[in-house]
Design a protein around this ligand. Structure first.
Ligand SMILES: Nc1ncnc2c1ncn2[C@@H]1O[C@H](COP(=O)(O)OP(=O)(O)O)[C@@H](O)[C@H]1O
Ligand SMILES: [Mg+2]
Length: 243
């Protein structure tokens, strides 16, 4: 059963679609999206988040929530127009600060490599510098009272990008340079590729368990993303070609 939303508080101050911060019946806060994304983007969020979690990458907890129609009635205000009643993707709110380049450079190299390789696998070009001082898109810098921090991945709505291009990815991804180093290290890259192969089952299960309204309608695959993910089985070309 999806978690029920109790209250819609505000929209995110940044981002392409500015998801809605909501309080849910479990007492937790979530950033919630449905109407702001196409169905393939919701599916991409769902499948990518499951894969990230299975690989032990850092990301906020996520789930499907249900938005009651009464909370987003047009009479409640225009600002709610991008939140539809029904099911939505929810990312558990995390206290965080600017994901600046300087903070992102504090992330240990081994973790940077995993993040870059994950985005390579998922053809996600959106983890890159934003214009202006706000730092890197689609990362959070979670702070704790001791003053230390850690990076979290968010927003996989544009993974499985049909316009993915290798040179653009390497030039703009926050950890593109780490991926280039990984690709030159046969042992490490093959270990990571093996992890991806073992996670393919997780993607298949995520496809099977996503809300029906997010599934691809015009594909013979149960989930069109599975064929793209299967690239990781090709040991000869996976790290050198995006196709
Ligand atoms: N789980 C979360 N915890 C804290 N802030 C979040 C979380 N999810 C999203 N945000 C905030 O909302 C912004 C937009 O979220 P994002 O998922 O990137 O959607 P989009 O880019 O489509 O608007 C983020 O840049 C961040 O500031
Ligand atoms: Mg975003």
């Amino acid at each position: 059963m999806p978690v029920l939303i109790d209250e819609v508080l505000r929209r995110a101050a940044r981002g392409r679609t500015a998801p809605y911060l909501c309080r849910a019946e479990d007492g937790q806060l979530y950033f919630v999206k449905n109407r702001v994304l196409a169905r393939r983007e919701l599916a991409a969020e769902w499948v990518s988040s499951h894969l990230a979690r299975a690989l032990g990458l850092p990301l906020p907890a996520f789930c499907v929530v249900e938005v009651p129609a009464a909370l987003v009635d047009p009479a409640m205000g225009d600002w709610l127009a991008d939140l539809a009643p029904g099911l939505a993707f929810a990312s558990r709110y995390v206290e965080s600060t600017e994901p600046t380049r300087a903070r992102m450079a504090q992330v240990p190299v081994a973790e940077r490599v995993r993040i870059a390789a994950f985005d390579w696998w998922l053809r996600n070009m959106q983890r890159r510098a934003a214009p202006g001082p706000v730092g890197i898109r689609n990362l959070l810098w979670q702070t704790d009272p001791s003053g230390s921090g850690r990076v979290l991945l968010i927003d996989h709505s544009r993974a499985f990008d049909p316009r993915f291009d290798v040179s653009g990815f390497l030039a703009t991804h926050v950890y593109g340079a780490d991926l280039v180093r990984l690709a030159a290290d046969f042992i490490d890259r093959e270990r990571l590729r093996g992890e991806f192969v073992r996670a393919l089952d997780v993607a298949a299960t995520a496809c099977a368990t996503m809300p029906a309204a997010w599934r691809q309608v015009d594909s013979r695959d149960e989930c069109a993303f599975l064929a793209q993910l299967a690239r990781c089985q090709a040991d000869d070309v996976f790290w050198t070609s995006a196709s």
